[in-house]
Design a protein around this ligand. Sequence first.
Ligand code: NI
Length: 172
Amino acid sequence: MAVLRMRYLGDPVLRVEAEEIDTIGDDLRALARDMFDTMYAEDGVGLAGPQVGVGRRIIVVDPREDGVQPLALINPEVVSESDEIDRAEEGCLSIPGLRELVDRRAAVVVEATDLEGEPVRLEAGGLLARILQHEIDHLDGVLFLDRVSPLKRKMLLKKWEKMQADAPKAGA
Ligand code: NI
């Protein structure tokens, strides 16, 4: 078990577009295991490479819902999405303490590769669809703060700055 060091808002790695992965081997499988350990230690439902300082296109997801297995996805991509929009409160392990309503596609189809190098196609709705969109955003350097109104963003950033002044996050 290895819990990796989290990266927080303000760390440049969160704003860089992550690189495509072309080799799937033991190193990557070990990284995925550590990412699961980190996600569970942080009590999260999803984690993307950049959040642990790895600028590569890998995410782990576990909505903790019946019938949904934990997933590790390599080079995940949204290949189709519903017109329907779902609005729900969202947070992020890299911006602890902030939550806000975020609009997401209600359903998405995601294609990726699994840890054995096999293609995966997922049709997701509900919480899983939301998590997948949030984590894939991380791979493009996008945070949920970018998906709220400028006014809301300003308020959230002000709150974050105040929280940092009171109890700074390492590396932030
Ligand atoms: Ni996040």
